[in-house]
Design a protein around this ligand. Structure first.
Ligand code: ARG
Ligand code: GLU
Length: 720
């Protein structure tokens, strides 16, 4: 009897461990520490093949794409693959009503067709070093946070300058575990990146916002680009003479796909997570930040949706903005739901009580950690209203674009041609403002922005008690028969910031005596009042708390590690390259419901039985489906489309390669499931899944749908 009981305990803790093993986003430089665990789950390669500072490894084929995504090299001639939604802004910028690549897709027939993407960069990680001792050199633990930060900044600057000296590389130091550890990253950045191929909307964005953050999924979320270099294979600004870049490494693609329980790992650049935040912080995210953001985005999305439906031109202009507003909106709804389901706040509170009890057990610990929770509580009580105001500022006051745009003219006011030497500066600034205006108005619609202004400004005003609102707003609402619609009309009719012709005319003839025109401008006046209100009432509190929290978080992290000294901690995402691994697993989202681990083209045609626009199928895809000519890209006599696995990913992991046990490409990560959207705060191994496009669906689209077989010839494809 006793013996049996022991067995059960051992079994339970083993299964607990094997599930737990799949949480975490690990630093590639230290992946050797996870090698055994990964091999236990089925990995057939070594840690050195995944990451190596001194030799070629898989990491040399993984890139940061733009600022917020990941991508990978898939040919020896600089061919890059990422998600369609990662290239969305670029595809939009290259689209017009005549050449609507967003809607119709784009396929270059040869390199001379490839389209340069203004402002897009691709970043390779060259090497990583731990620099904790150097960064913290001469830092005394009793220093106040401000002085500490100043010294750390100085140390960091010295280290990065030395690292960059004599190279064309960019060095960056990032803090890990809340300023307890520091790593130096050496990057090489390419700036000539061209669009090679993109599927049409009803493949690349199939399912649209209806299916976003959801499984089962049928999105062909991929796009192809090419990295260009100078004749020495070095980064260079765009010129027609640049040539395709030869990467150190490009990926092998395996057509065998994945099966239930297969080991996978994901290599990419997750942006930001909050795994170790206290209940006080999570409470504010869940109960202040998310609800306000969701409510304000409801308002904005309604207006934008209507405007996009009314006009194709507005549709192109607002496509990327809409996608990004809707993406956050839906994620926060899912996140709050997940936090409720997992009872995250209760769980955190219980843990914090246990932590404090542990701390008070011994006088030394008590001195260091005993008062932490009380300190957090006090700060967050005071911080709550400031966070609230800040959210309304970001999501309501900035809900129309005119506020931030108008305020960017403040700098012009500070310069005066009467002062010697400022004349040149003014000229340069006016040139800069012209460029900014051009990019602002490119994706701007007067009527839509005005409607946004009326609705979000009303919500912003109502977020204050009447005497609490910014002065200009208080004044205007006192007018007789006031309505926000009339106010919006008046602002948009009279401001120079709402109409491109008026603004260009103003800039073309700018003299310093025209400064008054800015000062009297109704949009500028309102913007200034809103900013002043923020800088006086909210910002000082936020900064004060940030400083205090930086220091508390650093100490709390030390305490957690001391308290749970058996646990292998992983650092929160911070925009650096990470590896996460886990098995291909189905899941049960709800009572009596099971989800399979992969989808197929059959599902696309089931969804298409509805009349929803998001589910309409491209006629050519329908033909191919009816012919059932899936080439070598099949699974169980059909065409696989997407699959899920228990990899702990986050925003920024879009476009990440998903590897099989041999380090060969089997998919591209592009989303998380609805039941797992809270994983930036609380990862759930039972229901949390990352969603990937099956590489076979991608190759099918390139090959059979687009007829771009010439691209496949560049790739390294393993047939089964
Ligand atoms: N949810 C995915 C991510 O966070 C995809 C977003 C793009 N798709 C969309 N329908 N907005 O980026
Ligand atoms: N779609 C997200 C991105 O663009 C990845 C999904 C996630 O947040 O896990 O990074």
């Amino acid at each position: 009897m006793k013996k049996n009981w022991r067995c059960i305990v051992v079994l339970l803790s083993l299964s607990f461990l094997s599930v737990k093993a799949e949480e975490g986003m690990w630093l590639p430089y230290l992946i050797i520490e996870k090698e055994a665990d990964m091999q236990n789950l089925g990995m057939q390669i070594s840690a050195e093949e995944i990451y190596n500072n001194d030799d070629i490894s898989l990491k040399d084929a993984v890139v940061r794409f733009g600022r917020g995504c990941t991508g990978m090299m898939i040919s020896g001639a600089g061919l890059l693959m990422t998600n369609h939604h990662c290239g969305y802004r670029q595809i939009q910028a290259l689209s017009s009503l005549e050449n609507n690549y967003l809607e119709e897709g784009f396929w270059a027939q040869n390199t001379s067709d490839e389209l340069p993407c203004d402002g897009l960069s691709v970043t390779f990680l060259i090497s990583t070093y731990e620099v904790t001792d150097e960064v913290l050199a001469v830092i005394d633990n009793d220093l106040n946070q401000k002085e500490r930060r100043r010294l750390i900044r100085k140390n960091k600057q010295k280290i990065t300058e030395e690292a960059e000296a004599g190279t064309h590389y960019k060095a960056e130091i990032k803090s890990f575990f809340n300023d307890n550890q520091y790593f130096l990253f050496i990057y090489e950045i390419f700036e000539d990146v061209r669009l090679v191929g993109a599927p049409p909307r009803n493949i690349g964005k199939y399912g649209g916002d209806t299916d976003n953050w959801m499984w089962p999924r049928h999105t062909g979320d991929f796009a192809l680009f090419r990295v260009y270099a100078d004749e020495n294979n070095k980064p260079a600004a765009y010129t027609p003479e640049n040539v395709p870049y030869t990467p150190r490494k490009h990926l092998q693609i395996n057509l065998a796909g994945v099966n239930h329980n297969d080991f996978t790992f994901v290599y990419g650049f997750p942006g930001r997570t909050n795994q170790y935040a206290t209940s006080y912080e999570i409470d504010i995210i869940k109960n202040v930040q998310n609800p306000i953001s969701i409510k304000m985005r409801d308002i904005r999305l309604d207006i934008i949706r209507e405007a996009m439906n009314e006009s194709d031109e507005v549709h192109i202009k607002y496509a990327a903005k809409q996608a990004s507003i809707a993406n956050g909106w839906k994620k926060w709804i899912g996140e709050n739901r997940g936090l409720r389901r997992l009872r995250t706040l209760d769980m955190k509170r219980e843990k914090e009580t246990a932590f404090t009890a542990w701390a008070t057990e011994n006088p030394q610990r008590n001195k260091k950690y005993g008062g932490l929770m009380t300190a957090y509580e006090q700060i967050f009580d005071e911080r709550r209203p400031a966070v609230r105001d800040f959210r309304y500022l970001m999501e309501a006051a900035f809900g129309s674009e005119v506020i931030r745009f108008a305020y960017s003219y403040l700098n012009l006011l500070t310069l005066s041609a009467d002062k010697p030497r400022e004349g040149d500066k003014i000229e340069a600034m006016v040139d800069g403002l012209k460029d900014a205006a051009e990019s602002h108005f490119r994706n701007y619609d007067y009527k839509t922005d005005k409607n946004l202004f009326a609705q979000t400004m009303k919500a912003y005003y109502e977020s204050f008690s009447h005497e609490g609102a910014p002065e200009v707003l208080q004044k205007v609402v006192k007018r007789r028969h006031f309505s926000f619609e009339d106010y919006a009309n008046q602002v948009y009719e009279n401001s120079i910031f709402t109409c491109p012709e008026r603004l260009y005319d103003f800039l073309d003839n700018y003299k310093t005596r025209h400064r008054r025109r800015i000062l009297r401008d109704p949009a500028f006046k309102l913007a200034q009042s809103i900013y002043t209100h923020y800088y006086e009432q909210t910002y000082p509190l936020l900064v004060k708390h940030n400083n205090m929290l930086d220091s508390l978080n650093r100490i709390f992290m030390q305490g957690l590690m001391e308290w749970q000294n058996e646990r292998h901690f992983y650092p929160d995402a911070n925009g650096t390259l990470r590896i996460t691994y886990g098995r291909v697993l189905p899941y049960k989202p709800a009572d009596a419901v099971s989800y399979d681990y992969y989808t197929s083209i059959e599902g696309i045609f089931q969804k298409a039985l509805t009349t929803k626009d998001d589910y309409q199928v491209h006629p050519r895809l329908r033909d191919l489906y009816l012919e059932r000519d899936f080439g070598p890209y099949t699974k169980n006599q059909t065409l696989p489309v997407c699959f899920i696995a228990a990899n702990h990913t986050s925003g920024g992991n879009s476009g990440s390669p998903v590897f099989n046990a041999y380090g060969q490409l089997v998919g591209i990560n592009f989303d998380r499931n609805w039941e797992g959207t809270m994983s930036d705060i609380h990862y759930d191994p039972v229901q949390g899944r990352n969603i990937s496009v099956d590489v076979r669906y991608i190759l099918f689209i390139i090959d059979k749908f687009a007829g771009a077989g010439h691209l496949l010839k560049e790739m390294d494809i393993i047939h089964h």
